[in-house]
Design a protein around this ligand. Structure first.
Ligand SMILES: [Zn+2]
Ligand SMILES: [Zn+2]
Ligand SMILES: [Zn+2]
Length: 143
């Protein structure tokens, strides 16, 4: 009895494991595919240096004055709201073709042309300035 239970238990569990592993793997890829940042993209060439006035992480949307979910254009440094507000950042990209923006919410850089986040050292001064404006201190040192 003990032997029989052990045998059927082990074959059952290996069967279940195979099934659930497949499901988990495909869920994982679907969920994370879009948020893996690029290490570089051609549109970094259109990113301009920080303006002398620096970055105001609390600036309002240039169009609708929203204070939430704003994005800073990394070409002309105008601030526009994200897609969950009135999507003026996406509108700005479509009218001006300025490809990259920095989120004032989580300091991630998005490329509208590549439709991907970009994590590149060229953007560190901007992220650092935004972090300093938002939290009163620069980014923790991570090479
Ligand atoms: Zn707006
Ligand atoms: Zn712009
Ligand atoms: Zn790009």
């Amino acid at each position: 009895m003990e032997d029989r239970a052990g045998t059927s238990k082990s074959s059952d569990s290996s069967c279940q494991q195979n099934g659930s592993n497949l499901v988990v793997a495909s869920d994982f890829e679907d969920g994370y595919f879009a948020v893996v940042p690029l290490s570089s993209c051609p549109h970094l060439a259109q990113v301009q240096d920080l303006p002398p006035s620096g970055i105001d992480a609390f600036a309002k949307c240039n169009v609708c004055n929203s204070e939430n979910e704003n994005w800073l254009c990394l070409t002309c440094y105008k601030v526009n709201c994200g897609r969950y507000i009135q999507a003026h950042a996406a509108e700005h990209f479509e009218s001006e073709l300025h490809p990259m923006a920095l989120s004032m919410a989580d300091l991630s850089a998005w490329c509208y042309q590549c439709e991907a986040y970009v994590h590149n050292e060229k953007l560190l001064p901007m992220k650092n300035a935004a972090h300093t404006s938002k939290f009163g201190e620069s980014l923790p040192n991570n090479s």
